[in-house]
Design a protein around this ligand. Structure first.
Ligand code: ATP
Ligand code: MG
Ligand code: MG
Length: 349
């Protein structure tokens, strides 16, 4: 069988490698660190830095297809990957998703609606942005943020200094705070032939900027917003000639879908698909990048709920298994630092 190269060695790469095996593919992981979670379940592991274009080119030469689960690959190394192997999803999707400002502008052009926003390049720019957007608001670094990191909330104009310090003066965007009815994500997969399949859209609940749980089906009241979100996500995939799984996060507000952000990869809010859908997001991503027909995405039960095991919560895994219906996934990460995603548990209903 062919070899899939995966750039990034976290839990997403681990679950991709686990899904690739029954389809007859071997996975070769590229990541920094001694023994990243994905390396334990893959056929091969190369330790290397994400900014080492030469090492990434050599890695790409050794595999048949390259994909990524890590989002912050710089432009040069990304180009090297594409020149030395078949690369999916398209590098342009990654470049856009890496930069919150570029992402919002791209989505606006496609007719999508983000929360009110303004670019902030310096401290004076923050005052100008606040004059337009008001408070409450959220300041987010344009690049490198995840799990709510690189963000600061501004409840009043007096919070500006603290917020600017919290983002270390990095180029940022200020976003109006959205009083949402709830959050959901659209999970889709587009095949090499242009066919798009969508999973049921999960309702997502975050705590402290970190995904707490994802539940399908989402409340019926979300249906009009989900329909609009699905249209926008499909338009994004078409515009990018996308191949693979794409996740787009939305705020549901009175039947409207406000765009939050997108991820050009498999996504935490889609982990429930492993047991809760006929074909998981991981398997369909593998199928898509390998040019195979996509699998069905229907629910395998009336509903599913995925709960993240964050920090020390994963230490309770024997108690979780006391529920015979619980599907436990531990990521094999070393230290259970606070706020770190150590695993998840899915239950079907
Ligand atoms: P991820 O781990 O999903 O990549 P992230 O660090 O990129 O997270 P965001 O998705 O921008 O962060 O924000 C995290 C959460 O914070 C959102 O899911 C939502 O709950 C809340 N949030 C972010 N922006 C806003 C907003 N403009 N209004 C209200 N809540 C928001
Ligand atoms: Mg994000
Ligand atoms: Mg997010």
């Amino acid at each position: 069988g062919a070899t899939i190269g995966i750039v990034g060695g976290g839990q997403l790469g681990r679950m991709l490698a686990l899904a690739a095996a029954p389809l007859g593919y071997r996975c070769h992981i590229y990541a920094p660190g001694e023994a990243p979670p994905a390396a334990e379940v893959a056929a091969r592991f190369t330790r290397g830095a994400f900014d080492d274009a030469e090492a990434l080119a050599r890695f790409a030469d050794q595999v048949d297809i390259v994909t990524y689960e890590f989002e912050n690959i710089a432009a040069g190394p990304l180009k090297a990957l594409g020149e030395h192997s078949e690369l999916h999803p398209p590098p342009r999707a990654l470049e856009i998703a890496q930069d919150r400002l570029a992402e919002k502008r791209f989505v606006l052009e496609l007719g999508g609606r983000p929360a009110p926003f303004a670019a902030v390049d310096d401290r004076a720019g923050l005052d100008a942005a606040m004059a337009g957007i008001g408070t409450p608001a959220i300041l987010k670094t344009r690049r490198l943020g995840y799990d709510g990191k690189g963000q600061a909330r501004l409840m009043a104009p007096g919070d500006a200094d603290a917020a600017w310090a919290a983002v270390n003066g990095a180029p940022s965007v200020l976003e109006g705070f959205v009083a949402f009815d709830g959050e959901f994500s659209i999970l889709l997969c587009r095949g090499g032939d242009g066919r798009i399949v969508l999973w049921d859209a999960p309702r997502n609940v975050h705590e402290g900027g970190i995904l707490r749980r994802s539940t399908v089906p989402a409340p019926a009241t979300f249906a009009p917003a989900i329909e609009k979100g699905a249209r926008l996500a499909s338009a994004i995939a078409e515009a990018l000639d996308y191949v693979g799984v794409l996740a787009v996060e939305f705020f549901a507000v009175g039947g409207e879908a406000l765009f939050n952000e997108m991820a050009p990869r498999v996504h935490n809010s889609g982990h429930w698909t492993i047991e809760g859908a006929t074909t998981s997001q991981f398997e369909n991503h593998v199928r898509a990048i390998c040019g195979l027909p996509l699998g069905a995405t229907a629910l395998t039960a009336a509903g599913a709920e995925m709960r993240n095991l964050i920090g020390a919560e994963a230490d309770e895994w024997p108690a979780i298994l006391a529920d015979p219906a619980a599907h436990l996934h531990l990521y094999g990460k070393g230290e259970a630092r606070p706020g770190r995603k150590m695993g998840h548990v899915t239950t079907l209903s």
